[in-house]
Design a protein around this ligand. Structure first.
Ligand code: ARG
Length: 463
């Protein structure tokens, strides 16, 4: 298929073929074959435009169109012989097109370059990934809203510093992640809208003297408009960085939740049981049920954020316009996208399948003097103490309970009054965890009614 002594695309200027090492470092076909469908879609749009503008004949365009469909089906059937000598997907497709349709194939590359071609192909691929990212997030958000609805009034400990702080509701905790993944969703939609400009027709870097119609190709490929500056169009990889940025933040969110699931499913916490479908056993310890999916999700941030740093570093300091450095963009994004989609799907499955241990959650919520703040608030409300003084009184009561080895509601009224004579039996109403969460009615607070409002809002958004 290829002429080893000199390249069939630019052999005119070359007396010798490349060194084997040159070919090895230069070739991208090993990975950019993933762009085959996008490459062929781009070429079809370009050929149709070349005919519509009279740059090539209708019969040549028709031959190219049919030939490209043949090449596509060869690739889809796994019958295409990818060649490293042909370097990348663009030249592999064009060379095969030449074999299939002959002379008209040589007219396809009129008024374009591999520089606008690769930018277009990669954008189309990343755009699909933004769409898959959006769907993955929506599925996960649905799963979380479902958990929140089921457990809007289950009580669990809320933590700061991973120390028991105040009781919260399970639904409130789930809805916190809904907010995080909703911000991811907004980043994805924002970036998807921003990136949807077509590089095709920017040619090598300066545009072209042929009377091409970039609006026509942009529209055919589903872009909102052609990119306005040809130098920028061929050298922009912001869309890939936007993807990796949004993916990194989302992976960070996934990692935080995964960490909680690892902790919650441990024998020491037993807040949740993960399903058998999303756990593994141990080859030696028969009792083990390991949260491997959660651990792997926790780890995915490593390669996803790594890809972000890698591509940012590749792009840093590159002069305009295209440089071959930019060929290093694809593998990073491919790997990050594959792993992000997998992590989102695994988290979605785990969340749908997990069972909260409501009794353990409530027992843990009651431990650790979690309603001490409620006690202090009661002193402020009922006895008029300034909050700072109430904090002090409550601290003394916590110390007393700790000495006696009991919880706050187990102290007697006499015990309480020995610290502050103004305390009455009404105090016991606020020491229970259900009363505590029910009282947190401020907007965005953990009270079950507030959680149900948020669940209803989200169900309406999700439709
Ligand atoms: N394989 C190249 C890439 O991925 C395609 C563009 C090559 N352009 C060039 N002028 N060498 O970036």
């Amino acid at each position: 298929m290829s002429d080893k002594t000199s390249n069939q695309m630019w052999g005119g200027r070359f007396a010798a073929g490349p060194d084997a090492i040159m070919e090895a470092i230069n070739a991208s076909i090993g990975f950019d074959k993933r762009l085959a469908a996008q490459d062929i879609a781009g070429s079809r749009a370009h050929a149709a435009m070349l005919a519509a503008t009279g740059i090539i004949s209708d019969s040549d365009a028709e031959a190219i169109r049919e030939g490209l469909l043949t090449v596509l089906s060869e690739i889809e059937r796994g019958e295409f012989a990818f060649s490293t000598a042909l370097e990348d997907i663009h030249m592999n497709v064009e060379a095969r097109l030449k074999e299939v349709v002959g002379e008209p194939a040589g007219r396809l590359h009129t008024g374009r370059s591999r520089n606008d071609q690769v930018a277009t192909d990669f954008k189309l691929w990343v755009r699909d990934q933004f769409d898959a990212f959006e769907q993955g997030l929506l599925a996960l958000i649905r799963a979380l809203v479902g958990q929140a609805e089921a457990g809007a009034d289950w009580v669990m400990p809320g933590f700061t510093h991973l120390q028991t702080a105040q009781p919260v509701t399970w639904g409130h905790h789930m809805m916190a992640y809904v907010e995080m993944f909703a911000r991811d969703l907004s980043r994805v939609r924002d970036a998807r809208a921003r990136m949807n400009e077509s590089p095709l027709g920017a040619a090598a870097l300066a545009g072209t003297g042929f009377p091409i119609d970039r609006h026509m190709t942009a529209q055919a490929l589903g872009f909102d408009r052609p990119a306005a500056n040809s130098l920028d169009a061929v050298s922009d990889r912001d869309f890939a960085l936007d993807f990796l940025g949004a993916a990194s933040i989302c992976a960070m969110h996934l990692s935080r939740f995964a960490e909680e699931l690892v902790i919650w499913s441990s024998a020491q916490f037993r807040f949740v049981a993960l399903s058998d479908r999303f756990s593994t056993g141990s080859s030696i310890m028969p009792q083990k049920k390991n949260p491997d999916a959660a651990e792997l999700i926790r780890a995915k941030i490593g390669r996803i954020f790594g890809a972000n740093v890698a591509l940012m570093t590749v792009m840093k300091g590159l002069p305009l316009a295209y440089s071959k450095d930019m060929q290093e963009d694809k593998e990073q994004v491919f790997d990050a996208a594959d792993n992000l989609m997998l992590a989102l799907a695994a988290m979605d499955g785990m969340v749908r399948d997990m069972t909260a241990n409501v009794a353990n959650l409530e027992a843990a919520a009651s431990a650790g003097f979690s309603t001490a703040t409620d006690l202090a608030d009661w002193l402020v409300r009922e006895t008029g103490l300034p909050f700072r003084a109430a904090h002090h009184v409550t601290g003394a009561l916590v110390a007393m309970a700790e000495r006696k080895g009991c919880d706050l509601p187990d102290l007697s009224l006499e015990d309480m009054q020995s610290v502050s004579p103004a305390i009455t039996s009404g105090i016991f109403d606020v020491l229970g965890v259900h009363n505590s969460v029910a009282s947190r009615l401020s907007y965005g607070g953990t009270a079950p009614v507030r959680v149900r409002e948020q669940v209803a809002r989200w169900k309406e958004i999700l439709g």
